[in-house]
Design a binder for this molecule. Structure first.
Ligand code: NCD
Length: 307
């Protein structure tokens, strides 16, 4: 069997998604034990390359690796002045020299993990590449939804906010559609990708309409730097039109849950009352992140562990 990677959700078969979620569920059981550590990946070495800021994803990968007893190194590359192609090539050579089994990479350039996968012997995991994909986030979201609803098929998920620049939205759209959920997107026209309907989603520009009948309201972080680019009139205007507030939610008749990948801009895309309220599963998402990443590390190094 050749090396396997986790580069994206696009094109991932439903059986593969299901296998990852089932495996993650069994690791959740490990995480509930008094000693949350198993020897499964003893002798497997992992390099975490984070070229972009990250708290949740980085800590989550690191905990997953430690709880599986893998050997890990953290390479944080704050070398924004170096050309991206050169940096990556250099990185790849260094990793090769260190004989690392699995490389976890977050990079601002879309396709960076794919590039490493082509030039390395290691398995590569995409921890977020530009505005392209964030597959482990989508998988932990799918696990959270499956736990809540029993199954993903038939769910109506409304993703709200900055869609264009969101790798979280993109990976979730692929994953949710593949598992039979329906996806609606809602946000300002300046933050909605052109021809996105081609991904099999509905597009709304009126939030109250979009939220009708939603089982899941998935709120995205407003990337505040967009404001400087003139894509938003003002923050107050954004909150008025697209903010998820308790007042807006009281108009809904159905049951629903609130998700957010973090980090939150409290008071901008979501009010603290909603983020910390009874409908929110935001911290369950974070908990599930560790189990999902353990499952992925385990599945990608399966051959080696048995050998
Ligand atoms: C996201 C990311 O970095 O893609 N955060 C995360 O990994 N949980 C979302 C974001 O930054 O908005």
């Amino acid at each position: 069997m050749g090396r396997e990677h986790l580069l994206g959700i696009e094109g991932m078969p439903a059986e593969r998604i299901k296998l990852i979620l089932d495996t993650a569920e069994s690791f959740k059981e490990v995480l509930e034990r008094p000693i949350r550590k198993v020897p499964t990946l003893r002798g497997v070495s992992v390099a975490n390359l984070f070229f972009e800021p990250s708290t949740r994803t980085r800590v989550s990968f690191e905990l997953a690796e430690k709880r599986l007893s893998a050997e890990l190194v953290n390479v944080s590359a704050a070398s924004s002045s170096v050309l991206k192609g050169e940096t990556l090539k250099d990185t790849a050579r260094n990793i090769e020299a260190m004989k690392v089994d699995i490389v976890v990479i977050r990079h601002s350039a879309p396709g960076a993990p794919h590039f490493l996968a082509r030039c390395l012997e290691s398995s590569v995991i995409n921890a977020g590449d530009g505005a392209h994909e964030h597959p482990t986030q989508a998988l932990l979201d799918l696990l959270t939804l499956r736990e809540r609803f029993g199954e993903l098929k038939g769910l109506r998920v409304v993703i709200v906010g900055d869609i264009t620049y969101s790798r979280v939205a993109r990976s979730n759209i692929w994953g949710l559609k593949r598992m039979g959920a329906s996806v609606a997107l809602c946000g300002p026209p300046t933050l909605m990708p052109l021809r996105v309907e081609g991904m099999g989603v509905e597009v709304y520009h009126n939030l109250d309409q979009a939220l009708q009948g939603a089982d899941v309201i998935y709120v995205l972080r407003l990337q505040l730097e967009r404001q400087k680019e003139g894509l938003l009139p003002s923050l107050r205007e954004y909150t008025n039109q697209w903010g998820i507030t308790a007042q807006r939610l009281t108009k809904l008749k159905q049951k629903f849950i609130i998700m957010h990948p973090g980090p939150l801009n409290r008071g901008i895309e979501i009010t603290p009352e909603v983020a910390d309220g009874p409908y929110s599963v935001i911290l369950d998402q974070v908990t599930n992140g560790v189990a999902v990443r353990m499952a992925i590390l385990y599945l990608l190094s399966g051959g080696k562990v048995e050998g």
